[in-house]
Design a protein around this ligand. Structure first.
Ligand SMILES: Cc1cc2nc3c(=O)[nH]c(=O)nc-3n(C[C@H](O)[C@H](O)[C@H](O)COP(=O)(O)O)c2cc1C
Length: 405
């Protein structure tokens, strides 16, 4: 079925400096034939005068819910709109939406848009400390659960001059997300599944076998994928870093649980990046209760853990699906990685050293050899894990776009 493109867009601007980017977005949308209405919060109207927008829109801007021209403005606008975009989204407005507060026209109309489930996009813009505040994280996660799509934020220059996360996505990127939703594609162009962290294999009710993975690489990958507007699912074991923000999180403690989660999530995904450190061996049985201390030793019998890459081979073996694996090696990085690339049916592998300062588990940085099944090899010097995540995703996206052609 071909869906008619959604053309009536309700823009809602809240009070942040990033409002200066809204005129550029309005121009792009109008050029493309979108019909627009704009609601500003009272604070937004203090940043840029409504007259500027009224001139660009050739239409009045709405601010006051009690304006006499239409007593039910918040309902009329919501019924008119086929899509709603909060641009920019302040921490304050995001918090109000997460809690269903409707104390001005902007929040009332967006609350109603959630009720009728029209596509909704939020473009957060704020200082990095506000973006990283636990309350903002909770609120963003709530919006995602409520069906909001996120455009940005990205890491870049903030109004305060710092180079940090929280910068609103550029108008071109927001335009791209609007276009993809307008075309009837209510999902991000690509769904990516990323695993992160260490698995924990229970010995008894209180003890487990795990490893030193911090989850930093997987979290960086999930955030980098989100910034590229992918539909991101992060399946994670134990994390020693904060979980990635603004993505769907699934906790899977053991190798078996992670296998099950990966199997169910990759069924409709385009890509998998296996950055989790999954156990190779697991106890053959989990003792009931707590094994009592006896004063003597005890034998632990380990059996091979499920091999997630091998067991998902059939699910992944379809045209257009891209899998990146990781190999952590103490020596002969490229050689072992090359073997794993073929043995696990991967499209690409990132081989990183475990016995080198500034790389591998727990480190803020990483060094790697990147190999593809087509025989390409890149030697990446030590760099922040986030930068490496960007490199990996650039290559995943390039491969996906090439198979789409
Ligand atoms: C100069 C200035 C810049 C601001 N920039 C932002 C911003 O980028 N993001 C944000 O969340 N809040 C920002 N604020 C704070 C919001 O304006 C404030 O939380 C306000 O209550 C938001 O109201 P609104 O959400 O109803 O528009 C800024 C405030 C000032 C004075």
């Amino acid at each position: 079925m071909v869906l008619a493109p959604l053309k009536r867009i309700l823009l809602v601007g809240s009070g942040g400096i990033a409002l200066v980017k809204l005129p550029a977005l309005i121009r792009m949308l109008r050029r493309q034939g979108y019909e627009l209405r704009l609601v500003l919060t009272e604070n937004a109207a203090r940043f840029i005068t409504p007259l500027t927008f009224e001139t660009l829109l050739d239409h009045p801007v709405y601010i006051d819910p009690f304006a006499r021209r239409d007593n039910l403005l918040h309902i009329g606008l919501r019924k008119w709109a086929e899509m709603a975009v909060l641009v920019p989204g302040t921490a304050n407005m995001i918090a109000k939406l997460a809690h269903g507060i409707a104390d001005d026209l902007a929040s009332a109309v967006l609350l109603g848009a959630g009720g009728t489930a029209i596509p909704r996009i939020v473009c957060p813009a704020m200082n990095d400390a506000m973006w990283e505040a636990p309350a903002t994280r909770r609120n963003i996660e709530q919006l995602i659960r409520d069906g909001w799509r996120m455009a940005g934020p990205v890491t870049g220059e903030l109004a305060c001059g710092d180079d940090a996360p929280g910068r609103m996505a550029e108008p071109e990127e927001i335009f791209r997300v609007i276009e993809s939703l307008s075309a009837g594609d209510k999902r991000a162009p690509y769904k990516i599944v990323i695993t992160a962290g260490a698995t924990e294999e229970d010995i008894d009710a209180v003890r487990c076998i795990t490893n030193h993975s911090s989850g930093r690489m997987g979290a960086a990958l999930a955030e980098a994928a989100r910034e590229r507007f992918m539909d991101v699912v992060c399946i994670h074991g134990a994390l020693r870093v904060p979980p990635p923000q603004g993505v769907r999180l699934i906790e899977a403690r053991s190798a078996r649980a992670m296998l099950q989660a990966v199997q169910s999530e990759i069924a409709d995904a385009n890509a998998l990046v296996m950055a989790a450190a999954v156990a190779d061996f697991v106890p053959d049985v989990k003792a009931a209760g707590k094994i009592k201390k006896s004063g003597s030793g005890m034998d632990l019998h380990l059996v091979p853990a499920p091999d997630i890459l091998l067991e998902t081979r059939a699910l992944r073996a379809r045209a257009g699906f891209h899998t990146t694996g990781f190999a952590l090696e103490s020596d002969a990085l490229a050689e072992y990685a090359q073997e794993k690339l073929a043995a696990k049916y991967l499209d690409a592998i990132v081989a990183n050293p475990c016995s080198e300062p500034g790389a591998g588990f727990g480190s803020e940085t990483n060094r790697a050899v990147y190999l593809t099944k087509d025989g390409a090899r890149e030697d990446w010097p030590t760099m922040p894990k986030r930068e490496m995540a960007d490199r990996i995703l650039d290559r995943v996206l390039l491969a996906l776009s090439e198979t789409k052609k």
